[in-house]
Design a protein around this ligand. Sequence first.
Ligand code: ZN
Length: 133
Amino acid sequence: MKISHIEHIGIAVENLEEAIAFYEKAFGLQCYAIEEVADQKVKTAFFKVGQTKIELLESTDSEGPIGKFIANKGQGIHHLAFCVDNVAEALNQVEEAGVRLIDKAPRKGAEALNIGFLHPKSTFGVLTEFCSE
Ligand code: ZN
């Protein structure tokens, strides 16, 4: 496995429009894509910061993962995503090293990336994602 960079940082927000306006006004960043990922019950908005993206996540269902996260912990950093050369291979490799996985195999995330999540109990409390194009 080779990690090239932090692909994105996912931030859970209650109101996507308000959060977008804040990122644009306060930080001068430009939202370049808004996408609903039905599978994950979220609406996402993306900003580029160099090679890394900020992914704002608004829940579309209180029973979805972001809905539950906000109910438990409030808004804030939700996950960290590493860009890897091959998600399936990377998942296998960390599983062999004893890491608990949420996704045993890659699935499709926002921006049609292959993604897979590692369990935060295995990664010092940080929900970690692998993704690749
Ligand atoms: Zn993500």
